[in-house]
Design a protein around this ligand. Sequence first.
Ligand SMILES: [Zn+2]
Length: 65
Amino acid sequence: MCCTCVGAILFSSGAIQLPHHKLALPEKICPVCQRPFSWRKKWQRDWAMVKYCSERCRRQSKGLT
Ligand SMILES: [Zn+2]
């Protein structure tokens, strides 16, 4: 088995991260625009409460008719 094969297996199983992704930031999917967004420093205190990618989406979710 060559090292490329091993890497592919490990990668597909999620066992390793890409080398250039040193810091794995948590991600969430915005329920309004269905897009993934990553942790930002401004959310470091209330990341658990963050549900939307932006203020715009947050307002949209409340303003839906
Ligand atoms: Zn959004």
